[in-house]
Design a protein around this ligand. Structure first.
Ligand code: HEC
Length: 94
């Protein structure tokens, strides 16, 4: 019984290691962190665009292009997107 549990634990760890090799698992986006990132990083080359200028699909594409330009890792991009998503065109809380 314990032996089998240990085998499963080892398999789970190995699977996690393989997954972690290419991409670390992301936390859900944190909008508060995202807002700060947006203000500090996305105003370096141009004035920051109003979130309401684009809808969430457009922001997804923009973040793919601009996130790496702003030196953001994937988690930072996810945080920033989660804030944009709350204030973008078509969102309820804008
Ligand atoms: C290294 C400089 C740089 C940084 C940092 C940067 N941008 Fe940009 N951005 C540009 C340039 C240059 C353009 C002009 C269009 C192009 O070259 O794609 C642009 C254009 C844009 C546009 C207009 C796109 C369009 O289709 O008209 C948006 C929106 C935008 N950036 C958002 C962002 C966001 C969000 C961030 C932060 C994640 C960011 N930018 C960070 C350089 C930058």
């Amino acid at each position: 019984m314990h032996r089998i549990a240990a085998v499963f634990a080892a398999l789970a760890a190995a699977a996690a290691a393989v997954a972690g090799c290419s991409q670390a698992p992301l936390r859900p986006g944190d909008p508060a962190a995202g807002r700060q990132l947006y203000e500090s990083r996305c105003s370096q080359c141009h004035a920051p665009h109003e979130p309401a200028e684009y809808d969430r699909v457009e922001w997804r594409g923009i973040m793919r292009q601009m996130g790496p330009r702003a030196g953001m890792d994937r988690q930072m991009q996810e945080d920033t997107f989660s804030w944009l998503e709350q204030h973008c065109a078509g969102s309820a809380s804008r």
